[in-house]
Design a protein around this ligand. Structure first.
Ligand SMILES: [Zn+2]
Length: 342
């Protein structure tokens, strides 16, 4: 299946990495004392001592090499990570701005998928909850939810100024700044108001350094009964899939978006949740409609082969048989028992 277009990739990369770069450096500082151990245990220059997804101490194995990019695989959870485990080079401002203009032209392509995600969020919203979205981009989901639930607080953490200004134009409340700095303050504020939190991370966690640590941190600071809803790309069988995709397409593209510093599979996401003693539900969110492909590719006209592939998947569920539906979704609940589980 098609991946996000280069331009969407560039923009998402920029704003997610801006969002989480300070969080990343904070974690790196904490890990400095482990560096000698690291050199001993890892053959590659992949930097974390433990798997950033399942936190296994087993050494990562070489997985995919594509030009200058390399992903390694965790033998414990079958998830993976970009090696070295660092953010990409900065994207030029003009690239982001042109992407932003492109986004605005493509709003109609985004709406059906945004509508479905907004429904998912609303279904999980309980009395006494407010929503915190990390990296809202254009804020389409936020706008729909706000319209449906005008009395519910919807807080967006979005440090990218271009997106933040777009979000404000749409009348949404945006907090600018790094997640590491603003999240604890916001969560504390909501807790004091007696609110529980519904966190929403829509294709964000694969871009964040040390996702398990982020979830742990959210669990530590959030009032019991808070929830996380998240979607990440399913990267299972990536090595075989990208070669097949290159063959069908007739040209070579990176196996996955180079900003995906974490490669999630159902098993790796499950292990992340299980190791923390979280209450969770994880399931596949497959591609089934042309609207979803148009959203991902921003193409108004799709190749007939895409329609054929969608029809085959709808009929045979072959993607489920192989464990490769396009996205994974998770619902994580911070219930009372988690308070003592760490
Ligand atoms: Zn792992």
């Amino acid at each position: 299946m098609h991946k996000l277009t280069g331009k969407i990739r560039a923009a998402t990369k920029l704003y997610y990495e801006t969002l989480f770069c300070q969080f990343h450096s904070h974690i790196n500082t904490n890990l400095k004392h482990d560096s000698s151990e690291l050199i001993k245990t890892l053959a590659t220059d992949y930097s974390p001592t433990n798997c950033p997804i399942c936190e296994s101490p087993q050494s990562a194995k070489p997985y995919i090499v594509w030009k200058h990019l390399e992903w390694v695989k965790c033998p414990s959870c079958s998830g993976g990570a970009l090696s070295p485990y660092t953010s990409e080079v900065e994207v030029k401002k003009e690239d982001t701005e042109s992407t932003y203009l492109n986004y605005e032209k493509s709003l109609d392509l985004f709406m059906p998928v945004a509508g479905e995600k907004a429904n998912w969020l609303v279904k999980n919203l309980e009395d006494g909850m407010e929503i915190v979205e990390l990296g809202a981009g254009l804020g389409l989901v936020a706008s729909i939810v706000r319209e449906a639930k005008p009395a519910v607080g919807y807080h967006i953490i979005e440090p990218n100024k271009v997106f933040a200004s777009f979000l404000r134009k749409r009348g949404l409340s945006v907090i600018e700044g790094s997640a590491a700095e603003v999240l604890p303050v916001l969560v504390e504020e909501l807790s004091q108001k007696g609110k529980r939190i519904l966190f929403f991370m829509d294709n964000v966690l694969e871009h964040i350094a040390y996702p398990a640590k982020l979830i742990k941190e959210l669990m530590d600071i959030s009032p019991p009964g808070s929830k996380i809803l998240l979607e990440v790309p399913n990267e299972k069988l990536l090595k075989a899939r990208y070669k097949l995709q290159d063959f069908i397409r007739g040209n070579k593209k990176p196996p996955t978006f180079p900003g995906h510093i974490n490669l999630f599979t159902k098993k790796s996401l499950t292990m992340l949740c299980r190791h923390m003693g979280l209450s969770y539900k994880i399931w596949f969110n497959p591609l089934r409609s042309a609207a979803e492909v148009k959203y991902l590719t921003q193409e108004r006209e799709l190749n007939p082969l895409i329609y054929a592939a969608l029809a085959i998947m709808r009929l045979t569920y072959i993607d489920y048989l192989l464990g490769v539906p396009y996205h994974l979704r998770a619902e994580i609940i911070f219930d009372e028992k988690n308070e003592n589980s760490l």
